[in-house]
Design a protein around this ligand. Structure first.
Ligand code: BTN
Length: 339
């Protein structure tokens, strides 16, 4: 760990209180007289730090910029964030991670971008990713799960995003199955799960063909959160249905704080998705705007109507149709008809 990250870690741990100079010196393994130089380096990066002759130093503010060291300093996760990269601009962070996965052993790599030029959503839709306004990032996962259980990852990620958003913003974030996080009925975040490492690229959740060698695929989990977007940042086609945490809360949100919260929550729910998915189902049910509702699900040209009964152990939605039959739904666009 470099000295900047170590110092930030101490400041975040102190949660706004002073950290004695002697404690910083011990942590950084540097003479106390040199701490002022390290502090000045953080100030150069945009941090506001107060110095006190007796109490030491305390952090008053951080810049509104995503920085890998900063996110790492706030993070206590085990797998997710084992490596963090931040790009000023990419086409799509999902593409960066897909590319890196070819040479990267292990899992947990996280790639953020301050802006994306070709951000994509589900069904090939455009995902608008304006500079510095949101969290646009992708995570490399190699879960110990068969391809048929890949929808668990979307469910786990939606719970992680909703929970962390609730924690940092105080907003009533909810989950609209399969991949939307909403506030006051408007979408504020979306999740895009793509499988890699297969000869063909089956859609996550579709049955594995008998000749398909890819039993445990690697997964690129892409997450987009509209944190501080303004109304004018949204393309006209989503303006009425999308919103941001800033719009809904009426105040600018700390992107780095939310980034660290989401990665920490993802770490927890990713582990649970592989071991005790039941606990996630229970939390999902508490946050869901879909469960118990009469839905219309469209999948291409197919249209299915039914009552959303539950999630199954793979993360598929169980829909009870009017004829009493239960249909497992693995994706598609959901419209809520009535309660
Ligand atoms: C959706 O709601 O349709 C999913 C949106 C996913 C957007 C994120 S932003 C980071 C990552 N990179 C992309 O190109 N897409 C995902």
């Amino acid at each position: 760990m470099n000295s900047g990250t170590a110092m930030l870690e101490a400041f975040y741990e102190a949660a706004g209180q002073f950290v004695p100079t002697a404690q910083l010196a011990k942590l950084l393994r540097t003479p106390a007289e040199k701490i002022a130089i390290e502090v000045a380096e953080l100030e150069q990066l945009g941090y506001t730090i107060e110095a006190h002759p007796h109490f030491g130093y305390r952090l008053l503010g951080a810049p509104d910029r995503l920085m890998a060291d900063d996110i790492r300093a706030r993070l206590k996760s085990r797998i997710i964030g084992s490596e963090i990269l931040v790009f000023e601009q990419t086409a799509s962070t999902n593409d960066v991670v897909t590319h890196m996965a070819k040479t990267q052993p292990g899992e947990g790599l996280v790639v953020f971008a301050e802006s994306q030029t070709k951000g994509r959503g589900r069904h090939g839709r455009v995902w608008s990713s304006p500079r510095g306004k949101g969290l646009w990032f992708s995570v490399l996962l190699r879960p110990n799960l068969p391809l048929s259980s890949a929808p668990r990852i979307t469910v786990a990620a939606s719970v992680a995003v909703a929970r962390s958003t609730r924690k940092t913003s105080g907003l009533d974030a909810r989950i609209k199955w399969p991949n939307d996080v909403t506030v006051n009925g408007k979408k504020v975040a979306g999740i895009l799960v793509e499988t890699i490492g297969c000869e063909k690229q089956p859609q996550a959740g579709t049955p594995v063909p008998p000749n398909q060698p890819c039993i445990h695929p690697s997964i690129v989990l892409g997450i987009g959160i509209d944190v501080n977007c303004r109304l004018e940042d949204f393309p006209p086609d989503v303006a009425g249905i999308a919103s941001s945490l800033e719009i809904e809360s009426g105040r600018q949100q700390d992107r780095a704080e939310l980034a660290a919260e989401v990665l920490g929550a993802l770490d927890e729910y990713y582990a649970a998705a592989q071991k005790n998915f039941d606990t996630i189902i229970a939390e999902w049910a508490r946050l869901s705007t879909t469960l118990g509702k009469q839905l219309v699900v469209t999948m291409g040209k197919r249209r299915i109507e039914g009552h959303a009964q539950a999630l199954d152990e793979d993360g598929a939605l169980l829909l009870r149709k009017d004829n009493g039959q239960i249909e497992r739904i693995l994706g598609g666009d959901v419209t809520v008809e009535r309660a």
